[in-house]
Write a protein that binds this ligand. Sequence first.
Ligand code: TRP
Length: 454
Amino acid sequence: MSRPAQSIHGQWSSRWAFILAATGSAVGLGNIWKFPYITGENGGGAFVLVYLICLAAIGLPIMMAEIMLGRRGRQNPVNTLHSLALDENRHPNWKYLGWIGVLAGFLILSYYSVIAGQALAYVFRAFSGVFEGVTPDGARSIYNALISDPERLLAWHTIFIIITMIVVARGVQGGLEKTVKFLMPALFAILLLLVGYSANTGVYFDQAVGFLFQADFSQLSSTAVLTAMGHAFFTLSLGMGAIMVYGSYLSKKTSILKVAIAISIADTGVALLAGLAIFPLVFANDLSVGAGPGLIFETLPIAFGHMTGGTFFGGMFFLLLVFAAWSSAISLIEPTVAWLVENRNVSRRRASVMVGFAAWSLGLLTVFSFNIGSTWTLFGKTMFDLLDYLTANIMLPLGGLFIAIFAGWIMSQNTSNEEFDIRYNFVYQIWRVLIRFVAPAAIMIVFLNATGLI
Ligand code: TRP
């Protein structure tokens, strides 16, 4: 079957544009907000080690698979999987794998936007100087005041969804490329500054390094392993077709291996820097490592409140965090929007409004989880925890498992080899072993282990 050489939505202007957009998708709240707090909750070093192993052995090969499938299919994930399956004379039902992804992206966006809204609120808090000289208790009560007020959370959530919809409506290439090019390096610079500040805490910095990098496996539960693996998917934006969609706008000439490595390194670097910035503050101020989703909001203001120029740097930090979340949120709904445009003949604008409104409505559950709905639980989890667990720990790894099976077993070796640069033949062989055996087996073992079956 012949397929267009380009997607109907156009193509990235260069390899760099793709790397930037995919890095923009990968680097977000997952790195700066989520990684530190789940590391704290799961005991540190051993969790970090499992997470890094999952990134290299499962995340990287699946990222390469997603880029490859997207670039070959040149359509949204649902149609791409449908037509690639037909090419191999396999069952068209593989398209439902695309559907799991569409659903996961939408569910994630619903709560992602609420947290991004909190970061947005902090831009104004920080610039207005309320963090100056703040104590740990003060920082905590500023955060509590924000999340205990459903109206305020709702307002920030609404603003964030609207700005996301605006960019998606305009098409991913236009605004996104330029934004990411300047803002990502700036975010990186501020993180370095924060790490420098935290390094000044001396013994506490050493304590944080020990906490992050000394693996104590007695601390590691089977759910912690599942969380670490789920987060490897979450942080690299894998398992739901976001990277697949971005791959569908990629030129045939680009080396898939090189871009996947560049994205993974940037993403991991940001997460580790965030950890190194935050944990020294946690130890120096005698805070709890297991503080949960509020961790960055309760620790970083203390640093900003005491450093020279902290009002400016604090404001800039949260502003850049919002931009990082923004460029991630876009990729969460791009698969759904691309599907509506391609299959339902809806305009991009209309599709963005529809999806944005639906995600906004579902986001109310997360808004209320922090206040009036904190007692609404299911399986012992609040609605926010449940959405997070369901998507990051179940749907993404499951999506990843099937993507690996599709790329390694359904697609013929000839086809996948054709998509990889031939000069990397040795690399191709390694990739194939990882995608056929290592990644699927690892995912299944972690799943079975977490359910207590093994
Ligand atoms: N990777 C982003 C982060 O770390 C979140 C994200 C964007 C995502 N697109 C995704 C997660 C697709 C899973 C799937 O913040």
